[in-house]
Design a protein around this ligand. Sequence first.
Ligand SMILES: Nc1ncnc2c1ncn2[C@@H]1O[C@H](COP(=O)(O)OP(=O)(O)O)[C@@H](O)[C@H]1O
Ligand SMILES: [Mg+2]
Length: 336
Amino acid sequence: MFSFSNVGGSSLIDELMELTSQSLCELEIKEHFNIIKEIGRGKYGRVLLVTHRWTPMALKVLPKASTKLQGFLREYCISLHLSCHPCIVGLFGIAFQSNEHYGFAQELVTGRDLFAIIQPRVGIPECAVKRCAVQISCALEFIHQHGLVHRDIKPENVLLLDTQCRRVKLADFGLTQRRGTFIRFISGTLPYMAPELCIMVLEEGQKEVTVPPLRVEPTLDTFAFAVLLFCILTGFFPWERCNDSDDFYEEFSDWRRSPKKTPVPSQWKRFTPVCMQMFRRMLALDSSERCSVGEVKGYVGKDWVRAKDANGWVGENGEVSTSTPSPCRSSYSDEQ
Ligand SMILES: Nc1ncnc2c1ncn2[C@@H]1O[C@H](COP(=O)(O)OP(=O)(O)O)[C@@H](O)[C@H]1O
Ligand SMILES: [Mg+2]
């Protein structure tokens, strides 16, 4: 298997990017594709349902005004290289630029994305969550084996082929980086971001952050994957951001530091002890103690959510929890 790690100062990804830039064709989207409608929009680009003759495709288009050529080439080359995996969105090997956009053609995934099927404050059924968990875990293992870190694991980037999540595909490699790359700062946080990433925020007016650059590691994906699982099991975020000004995070981190002495935070009481063990391993505050994404597969044979009675979630000692943080919504952040 090809890995994207450095060999002799250059890497396979750099070479693919160079070759793609030399052969990037110029075309006007409307002249080559029949645009049916917009089917998705993220922070960076739009996705259009188009047909080419009789073939439907999903075109990801990124405005040149806000996209660097190198960033586009990296996203396209990484996506193409990983697209052979059954749990990763397929690509047609067509990349182009128009006057105003860079674009590439993806397999059309006709279901919606995972975010769209989360019922606020309810989530999705446990059996569907477990089907997603196994497939996302396989996709991430494959990405990590290639020396890459996805870095944008969230429900919006998981595409569904059916509403029961029997087949799902991971998409959006716009933030993917090689393991070992250094991040100097980020300019906003998301609930999916690990604590070591959240301290890299450049506050308004600040020129640089006070902490040393952060090495990108697969454990960033492990953390985001756990937050995704929490979101789809509950329909709300476990916290807004991983810093101590967030009460929900503080409650969790207290429990994570000393689980025997601290009660399980109320919004986590719905989970079985074995499920909490999984979350404890995936959400270790210290990244060196976090498990790999593949470990999730070892937990899918066990129950994750406790039975519910008329008053709420029944805890181990019969106590009931009712408080919840904010419901799932889409949110974005910038970084460098
Ligand atoms: N191949 C596809 N088929 C169908 N819908 C897609 C496809 N790729 C992306 N989408 C939809 O478009 C949205 C935005 O695409 P994405 O690649 O995540 O862009 P961004 O980088 O801006 O976040 C996704 O959240 C999803 O809903
Ligand atoms: Mg996206």
